[in-house]
Design a protein. Structure first.
Length: 86
């Protein structure tokens, strides 16, 4: 079940607006859906970056050599996932 929608007004640079309008047309979605999708992706990306920061903070303690290799591998994988989203 979806949450009720809320209307909002935003101000955009005219060039950015034209690009968004063209992208929405190519994607065959409304501008509202395009902006909602962009916000969902931005929020998810921020959540992933926050998680990466928290993981980095938690992993700053002294580790065994094997744990260090595993941690670096996990961080590289996570970084690729986060960077690949945008």
């Amino acid at each position: 079940m979806r949450s009720p929608t809320v209307k909002t007004a935003i101000s955009l640079d005219s060039g950015l607006f034209r690009q968004a309008q063209g992208l929405a047309r190519r994607m065959k979605v409304s501008r509202s859906r395009l902006f909602a999708t962009a916000m969902e992706e931005l929020i998810e990306r921020r959540r992933n970056l926050d998680l990466l920061r928290a993981e980095n903070t938690a992993c700053r303690t002294a580790e065994e050599p094997n744990e260090e290799k595993l941690r670096r591998s996990r961080l590289r994988q996570h970084r690729r996932l986060v960077q690949g989203q945008w």
